[in-house]
Design a protein around this ligand. Sequence first.
Ligand code: ADP
Ligand code: ZN
Length: 756
Amino acid sequence: MPQDSPGLIEVALPVPLFQTFTYAVDPLIRVPVIGSRVVVPFRNATEIGICLGPASPAALPRKVRSIIDVPDVEPVLSANMIALCQWMADYYIVPIGLALRTALPGALAGATQPQPKRKTHRIVRIRADLPTLLEREKVFSRAPQQRAVFELLESIGGRSTLEHLMEKLSFSSSVLKGLEKRGLIVIEAEVVDRDPFATRPSGLPDRHSPTAAQTAAISAVTAAKPGDVFLLNGVTGSGKTLVYIEILKHLVNERGKTGIVLVPEIALTPQTVDRFRAVFGDDIAVLHSALSDGERYDAWLALKRGEKRIAVGARSAIFAPLENLGAIIVDEEHETSYKQGETPRYHARELAIVRARLEGAVVVLGSATPSLESWANAESGKYTLLNLPDRVGGGRLPQIDIVDLRRRGGPDEPREGPASPAYAYVIRDELDSALEAVLGRHEQSILLLNRRGYSSFVLCSECAAVVTCPNCSITLTVHSAPERLLCHYCGHQEAPSQVCKRCGGRTLRQRGLGTQQVERLLSDRFPSASIARMDVDTTSGKWAHAEILDRVASGEVDILLGTQMIAKGLDFPNVTLVGVVDADTGINLPDFRASERCFQLLSQVAGRAGRGPKGGRVIIQTRVPQHHAVVRAVTHDYVGFVAEEMEGRVKPQYPPNVRLANIVFSGSDARAAADLAVAAADWLRELLEKQQIEAVTLIGPAPAPIERIKNRWRWHVLLKSANAGELTRVSRYFMERFLVPANLRVTLDRDPVALL
Ligand code: ADP
Ligand code: ZN
């Protein structure tokens, strides 16, 4: 605080209001500096806010309340982090207080617990030296047990956890108390760093020397200017991870900088994380989504203090409190999980670029199938394109074959052999023979079906009614073991009914295939094969993903079956077959990115095959073999796909040709939600006309493609503009001024990854 200030500070509070608040500094408590937390009275409660600096006395409200506490000695947010949050607040149209809270670990954001409790354990430490034998004899003459304990402690370095000591020796705690009373040892509490990744063996570091293409990429990045952004477009198996590692080695080990590595979902990429840990060991903090608040806080502190210099984690790791940042790496930059689904709806890739610019770091966006946005930025020269066109070690991309599911060969045409008609319908001959051959050679297969559950819906064969969720306009999925119908949006569950609720008909049929059903069919067909299923239902435990993948790595699993979870990052050289059971899931979704998603998923999963010397092949079953997403995936033609896909986004215009803000109106009353959307659209149209804003166009209002979720009816309006600044201005004006009744909700999603 500058001396001349009247003792007033500006505070950002995590409340849904587009403003900051003025408070008086209490001279009896610590004076807050910019970026430190302050506990303040707000309405009838207390809130934890962030001090943004001295307040200007001009905007003084009548009554200024005093702050209650300043819990931190050091600020929790650096000036750069505040600037990053300010950008996030401006761009995504969220209150600054909410943006700042997002950047902090949960343990620091709670209103009731200003200082997180840290886990401690008890440590026993030798306090007095007893160098001579004579002394020892004297001290312990009548306490042989004490001597035994003392000497054990000496032999293990003079300190130990209490727990460990008690395990080693069976003596009563009075022995330790006796030693403590005599001042020979101390027993004290010590803070434990809890890092679940620490107990996982990390393996040996990659010892490969980079190929020419890898070397070119590494040198380009290490010679870059602060703020430069690179798009590393490397085919699957081209060795992108080694490029990331070499860049970090250079920046962190040689130039003393720090780094952030973003991965789509850390649970799905234990292999990638292990490779970083093998090289950087204790320098890495792994920010796992399953960390408790306390564990996350430990990692946060270690990064802030510079004890760890590389943060690896999913999207929120972009807020890692590192100073002296050298590089931000965004692996699989096209992944939608980088976008947060709730306020603030930020995209970690965008924040990476902004943060790098603020802190003078470089950014590497890596992918085999870059997002169209990043590709366009590389083409326009905003990003520098780096190519890894070939697989390392002379490996080739796998051969991909198509099986047309429309072809006959279904249940009405049973084949010879052990397969049931249902199996033969689901896994066609080509895929079945390939699976059999791979099993025979003791190699491994990966099978993708991007739909969990047993069957995707239940249909009445008399009136054609489909069983839907009572809360959402979504069909219920059939799950087995135990058998139940489940809504994948709201979690609603019900027992399967024997009769149609609409017409009373008694012939209800299950349609559409899920992973549970494929697992059952496969295990009937290949009873001696070991099959692992990986989807949301089998991976609820903290380490479930890693356990399944470790079993695949050890060769214990013959067939890994799963949803899109299995398409990412896996590097198993013994996988020589990848099968896609049904490529069409999602391709017909009413969303402009549906084809892009399908192409990415097929390319990524195909990339899991043939990563070793044995080579590999891919078989894709589909009903739409001519769809450009399928055709281009088969020929490994990313550039061709992009050219076709871009054409489809010109009329009507879609990103990257234009930018979007999707405004969703929702409420439990269908009519009220619709009315609000109509009123908002009118309000916006009038604004655009009056202000003569031609750069922004408005589409809608219309019901959202999924009309109802969790009992809320949903409508939306879409703003489009090629001019980002104008889009921000209009969006902000709307969000700050348009009045929303208390029972309804408006959310704005800038750069949405889906419009559902
Ligand atoms: P990507 O992420 O591009 O799909 P990875 O980084 O997983 O590819 O690398 C694929 C495999 O190639 C890994 O097993 C890795 O150890 C190996 N590899 C990477 N670079 C080299 C190299 N220069 N020489 C030999 N093997 C390499
Ligand atoms: Zn539901």
